[in-house]
Structures are given as C-alpha cells and as structure tokens.
Write a new protein. Structure first.
Lengths: 168, 174
C-alpha cells in the first residue's frame, strides 16, 4: 500500500450544486415573502381606505339630510307665502266682484267683507230692483241671506243684508 | 450496472424536500389566506366606494335642487328676511289713496298687525285692486286681513279700513 504525499482537499457541505439549490430556493422564498409583505401592506392600506370611505359616507349622509332639511324649509316658506298671496288675490277678486255686482241704481252706504260673510247697507229705489238685480246674484254666491228692507219717506227703501256662506 | 446515490445527492434531495415543504406550508398556511382576505377586502372596498358615489350623486342633485329652489323663490326668501319699515310702507303706498293712516296694533308672536284707514275717490276704486297687487309684489310678506270695511262718506268718497298682517324674519311662523 502506497501513501500519497498530496494533502487531502477540504470538503465543504456547500458544494456548487448545493449553492445552486440555495439560490433557487432563496429566490422563491424571497418572492413569496415579498408577496406576503405586499398583502400585509395592502391589508393596512385597506383598513385605512375603508375608514376614510366610511367617514366620508357619514359626512355625505349628514350633508344630504342637511340639504333635505333646507329644501323642506324653502318649500315650506314658498307654500306659506303663496298661501298669503293667493288669499290677497282672492280678496281682490271678491272686492272686484262686489263692485261689479251692484247696479248703478242701488246706492251702497256700507259694506263689510269677511272671508265668508258679506254685510251690505244701502238704499234702493224699489223692492223689485233689489230682488232681481242684487238678491238673486247674492243668493248664488252665499248660502244664507238675511235681508231687511225699510221704506223711506221719499219712496226708496233702506236695506240691510247679511250674507253668509257655509264654506268653513 | 447499479447506481448508488452519493452522499451529496442524498443531502441535496433531503434539503430540497425540506425547503419545498417549508415553501408549501408557508404558501398554504399564510399566503393563501392573506390572498383571499385581500380579494374579500377589495370587493368590500369597491362596494362601499360605489355606495359613497351614489350618496355623492344624491348630494349633488339635492344641492342643485336647493339652488334652483332658492333662485325661483328669491323674492319670497328676501321678503322673509326684510324688516318692516312703517315709514317706507307709508311713503310707498300713500299715493294709492286720497288719505292714508296706519297704526300698529297689539300683535301675536307670528306677525305684526297694523290697522289701515284710507279714503279712496269713488270714481277710482279700481286703484284698490292695484294696491293689493302691489302688496303681493312688495318686499315684505303682507296679508291683507278681513274684514274689509267700505263706507261711503259725506263727500261721496269711499272710506276703506282694514288690517294687514306683516310676517317678519324674527317671528317663528316657520
């Protein structure tokens, strides 16, 4: 048996093939870990985004209820004013009707106009004129008519008429 | 010929198997649940973003509606903010009548009540209609109250007396 004079080379566990294996697995593990970190980052980002969106939604919902309330108030104001304007216009029309209703022959001395009542005082040359030209139109407007006619010395009649409608 | 695996090959096989198991465990136990969670959260985020966008559209429509309503009712809204000035009212409307007197009455909280006594020329009674039309266009919210009393006076003119209700901003009628 012969002996070699060459020193034995040192053997390492990290042979080129093992090193290659480590490189491949390292790359895979690095990639997977990178993905894991990405998901963790996204997770925290989602939580933040969701919280922001939820806060935003609450704010927008509050704005919507505020706007609805404001619109409601404007509508209420509009309705309120329209009601007043309509009543004024109706009053104007009622006054107009009364002035136009009276024949020239009948002299009015006093008129009291309410929402559903009309009180008239005046003078008429005769009963027939009053009945045909005033009583009939009044009767068509008001459901209750109470009229008193008093003869005057000059042959005319003084009348007092209370007219009411049952609208209310 | 019989192949016998070298020590290195056995080491490599064992190491590969170990690393593969490690990777599979990491993937299925940690990475896959994370990925599923990511997808779920992404869908949820899209849903709530869509809800937010719907609310934003509603808000925009309501804002437009409010602006439109404000523009349409500009006169009314301005009138409800306007303080009543009896002097201005008198100077503006005295010309409709021969004479005009206005005095403030005791009023409830909702409005201020004023009594108006006027004398109108018999031939120009139509001016009273113009007066009412003008009241409806005035810078205050005024309601002509009933009863309206019309009386023929000695000069054959018409005495008209009535009340007006003036709705003021400070009063809580709305």
């Amino acid at each position: 048996m012969g002996y070699s004079y060459i020193n034995s080379r040192e053997k390492s566990a990290f042979t080129p093939r093992v090193q290659m294996l480590f490189i491949v697995f390292d790359a895979v593990i690095l990639l997977l870990f990178g993905m894991y970190l990405f998901f963790i980052y996204q997770d925290s980002k989602f939580s933040q985004q969701m919280q922001d969106i939820k806060n935003n939604t609450i704010k927008v919902q509050n704005d919507i209820s505020d706007l609805s309330e404001k619109i409601k108030k404007v509508k209420e104001k509009e309705l309120f004013c329209e009601k007043i304007y309509t009543k004024n216009t109706l009053l104007k029309d009622s006054t107009k009707n009364i002035f136009e209703l009276f024949p020239k022959e009948i002299i009015l001395s006093k008129v009291i106009l309410s929402d559903d009542t009309l009180i008239l005082h005046g003078k008429t040359p005769n009963k027939q004129l009053y009945n045909t030209k005033l009583q009939i139109p009044l009767h068509s407007i008001y459901s209750i008519n109470k009229t008193t006619l008093k003869p005057l010395d000059n042959g005319w009649y003084e009348f007092s008429s209370i007219n009411e409608s049952k609208k209310r | 010929m019989r192949l016998t695996p070298s020590d290195e090959s056995i080491f490599l096989l064992a190491l590969s198997t170990f690393l593969l198991i490690l990777i599979l465990l990491f993937s299925f136990l940690i990475l896959v649940p994370k990925m599923q969670n990511y997808r779920t959260q992404d869908i949820k985020l899209q849903e709530i973003t869509s809800t937010l966008n719907t609310y934003k559209k509603i808000k925009q429509q309501l804002s437009l509606s409010l602006e439109k309503s404000k523009i349409t009712n500009q006169h009314l809204l301005a009138a409800l903010k306007q303080d009543f000035d009896i002097e201005v009212f008198y100077n503006k409307y005295k010309n409709y009548f021969k004479t005009m007197q206005i005095c403030k009455e005791k009023s409830p909280k909702e409005y201020d009540l004023y009594d108006i006594n006027t004398i109108l020329d018999k031939s120009s009674y139509k001016i009273f209609y113009n007066f009412i039309d003008s009241i409806n266009k005035s810078k205050w919210i005024i309601k002509i109250d009933t009863p309206i009393r019309l009386k023929r006076d000695t000069k054959n003119d018409i005495d008209i007396s009535f009340s007006i209700k003036v709705y003021l901003p400070s009063q809580s009628h709305l």
